[in-house]
Design a protein around this ligand. Structure first.
Ligand SMILES: [Mg+2]
Length: 315
């Protein structure tokens, strides 16, 4: 005889509803492209916080950069850094070390590609063929990185604390750069052209990192996940393709990212954090009815919701 699930657990599941999650790019999405401010997204962040929906940064930024941002933004839970190269989960949220992860300070850390030194060595292999055509940032001092990136020296230092990639300043022609990118590919690396720099790393991306983290959260909460991704750039494509809903954020500088999906996708009318707020409010309107336990006040907050709630990280 086939065993049917216990009615009590089915009922509990129905009452709890899905665990909603927001995965977001930072620069040009939650943060303004020029000012790096997020004022226009404050009300939307508050609405998420009231519903205990975590906001999970998914960014090309480094771990120290995101930890600094967490002093002013409600990032108290997991984070995905260096374009999906690493996922960090606070140990306070997940007790047992997830498969493939390791302990790193107060976090579980899952790395999706080799450490920076591997990519530095790969780049050096090409040093004789491309002599004086690029400058690698490994070992560069804060003043030099500040000059190259336009950041303040302290921020430049945080930005160059990369654990999984080696940024290069390209000093030769675009044709030579394309040949360099081909050579990196033939060595099983991946070189991506950014605004100012060429980044050499492995085959990680924002989508793979989200898929892994989402499984951990679903297991931990015992609830299905209903997720939203928001991003403005081409490096956000894997992330925008993998979540149940996606918002492509309009940019004043470039076109929308090119996506295959058509369902569950919204193109924001406004740019940056204004478009971010527009997309979040639209998604909340669409999904609020699915969350039977959406707390109206803090008094009826359940244990699971408290575990994954959004609050400002305290250092
Ligand atoms: Mg962006």
């Amino acid at each position: 005889m086939q065993h049917s699930p216990e009615p009590a657990s089915e009922l509990a599941q129905e009452l709890a509803g899905p665990q909603r999650l927001v995965f977001t790019d930072l620069d040009g999405s939650l943060l303004d492209h020029h000012t790096y401010q997020h004022d226009a997204a404050r009300d939307a962040l508050k609405a998420l916080q009231q519903r205990h929906i975590p906001v999970i940064p998914v960014t090309s930024k480094t771990r120290p950069e995101v930890e600094k941002l967490a002093r002013t933004l409600p990032f108290s839970g997991p984070m995905i850094v260096e374009n999906g190269a690493a996922v960090l989960i606070p140990q306070s949220l997940v007790q047992a070390c997830p498969s493939g992860a390791e302990k790193s300070g107060a976090f579980w850390l899952r790395a999706f590609c080799a450490p920076r030194q591997h990519w530095v060595d790969m780049v050096q292999q090409l040093g004789s063929e491309f002599r004086d055509e690029f400058f690698g940032l490994a070992g560069a001092d804060a003043t030099t990185v500040a000059e190259i990136t336009g950041l303040a020296p302290a921020d430049a230092l945080l930005a160059n604390t990369r654990a999984y990639s080696e940024p290069l300043l390209w000093q030769s022609s675009a044709a030579r750069r394309d040949l360099f990118i081909q050579r990196i590919s033939s060595l099983d690396g991946r070189a991506q052209i950014g605004g100012r720099l060429v980044s050499v790393s492995g085959d990680a991306d924002k989508g793979k990192a989200i898929a892994w983290l989402r499984d951990i959260i679903a297991t931990e909460t015992g609830r299905p996940v209903l997720d939203l991704a928001l991003g403005d750039g081409e490096n956000d494509v894997p992330m925008l393709e993998v979540t149940s809903s996606a918002v492509a954020i309009r940019s004043p500088n470039h076109k929308f990212p090119r996506l295959r999906r058509t369902d569950g996708l919204y193109f924001s009318k406004r740019c940056g954090p204004e478009g971010w707020a527009e997309g979040v409010f639209r998604w909340l309107e669409m999904t609020d009815h699915t969350d039977a336990n959406t707390p109206k006040t803090d008094n009826n907050q359940t244990k699971d919701e408290a575990l994954w709630e959004t609050s400002t990280r305290t250092e």
